[in-house]
Design a binder for this molecule. Structure first.
Ligand SMILES: *Cc1c(COP(=O)(O)O)cnc(C)c1O
Length: 394
């Protein structure tokens, strides 16, 4: 009896040791890393809230409610050869994109969303001793990539109005050993502000690669800077099918690179991304310019209607935005029932909206206190949001 017990204890010790040891094998920077907080999928939320998915108004991830062109859906339905690996050179899709943006396909590399292209750029340029410069508050993926690769992360906060503090950027680049990449989202997420040509030109004079993320450029009414890549060897421009083409679920994005850089990025890229379905749908989506233009026009018009309606609430301050979302500052003393008493008013507002099936994004970090971000939906989504806001705040 005693023997069995001792053996049992010993084996348990071994198992405990093994468990402890395997975790010791995880790279220290990954053990210390904060996970990225992605959005909760619709079916999970629907279950949690007890609200049917079709009754949920999803305004939390800047997705395009008009979805892909019917031509993209037809291309998916007709897809052949899905037993074969997709074209690693992305020939057809890169030609379609090249024609669409007016740049030779040799400059273009596609990935599984611009998220993958961001990862590839970091892999190409950054060793752990090198620095990634970031302009927060901004898209969280840049910081996440720096953390995942154990690169040095140098935040250079934007001003209170979200404009770029050029002096601080210049100083940080001068003082940072081995600066490599500077990420600039234009329009910026989460506020929708633009970066002027003048500021971009100054940034391009710095001894870093400027990665200009144009995920929302079509909603700004401004020209893309993709063709600047032809004149600036230290500029990379990112674009995506997620927002413009309503294809976030299919994961297709691309970078436009100077010739000297692009061959190196190909070397670190897994060969078969994006997948065959994503590439087929993306190429077909570009052939339906009318669909793209219409969804952009609808969202821009709706953004302005939403802005006017939200501005009528005295307890919300709406920031200017050139994207398909509006960042709003919530009056901290706003009385809202429900949730935890320790929560800020903005968090209680987000919670109260969620309980009624309207999803928005809440932020609680430097430069974004008391803020929610509302994606622009269809007119009926705006109507529902406004009705729920009136109900919640009374
Ligand atoms: C949504 C978004 C993207 C798009 O990422 P994908 O991986 O292409 O879906 C890229 N950059 C910014 C700033 C975004 O907000």
């Amino acid at each position: 009896m005693w023997r069995v017990r001792a053996w049992h204890l010993a084996s348990w010790r071994i198992i405990q040791l093994v468990i402890a040891d395997v975790e010791q094998l995880v790279s220290p920077h990954v053990r210390a890393m904060q996970p990225y907080t992605p959005i909760v999928p619709l079916d999970v939320l629907s279950q949690r809230l007890g609200i049917a998915p079709e009754a949920i108004v999803k305004l939390d991830a800047n997705e395009n409610p008009y979805g892909p062109s019917p031509r993209a859906l037809e291309a998916l339905a007709r897809a052949q050869d899905l037993n074969l690996y997709p074209d690693p050179d992305q020939t057809h899709l890169r030609e379609a994109i090249g024609a669409f943006i007016g740049v030779d396909p040799a400059h273009i590399l596609c990935g599984a969303g611009s998220d993958e292209v961001i990862a590839l750029i970091v892999h190409t340029f950054v060793r752990p001793e090198d620095a990634i410069l970031d302009l927060p508050p901004t898209f969280g993926m840049y910081r996440w990539q720096a953390d995942a690769l154990n690169a040095r992360y140098v935040p250079i906060p934007r001003r209170a109005d979200f404009s770029i503090d050029l002096d601080s950027v210049q100083r940080a680049v001068a003082q940072t050993p081995s600066p490599r990449l500077l990420f600039v989202a234009d329009p910026n997420n989460p506020d929708g502000s633009a970066t002027s040509d003048e500021v971009l030109c100054e940034l391009l004079k710095l001894p870093v690669i400027v990665v200009l993320d144009e995920a929302y450029i079509e909603f700004s009414g401004r020209q893309s800077r993709v063709r600047w890549v032809l004149e600036h060897p230290n500029l990379i421009v990112l674009r995506t099918f997620s927002k413009l083409a309503g294809m976030a679920g299919l994961r297709v994005g691309y970078g436009v690179f100077p010739t000297q850089i692009v061959a190196h990025v190909w070397k670190v890229k897994p060969p078969y991304t994006p997948n065959a379905a994503g590439m087929l749908a993306a190429a077909a989506a570009l052939s339906d310019r009318e669909h793209l233009d219409r969804s952009v026009a609808c969202l821009v018009a709706e953004r302005e209607r939403l802005r006017a309606a939200l501005s009528a609430f005295s307890w919300l301050r709406v920031y200017p935005s050139q994207a398909n979302f509006l960042l709003c500052h919530v009056e901290p003393t706003l009385p809202i029932a429900g949730g935890d008493p320790s929560w800020t008013a903005a968090r209680r507002l987000k919670h109260a909206l969620e309980q009624r099936g309207v999803l928005v994004r809440y932020f609680d970090k430097d430069g974004l206190r008391d803020c929610i971000r509302i994606s622009v939906g269809k007119p009926e989504h705006t109507d529902r949001l406004l009705a729920v806001l009136r109900e919640v705040v009374g």
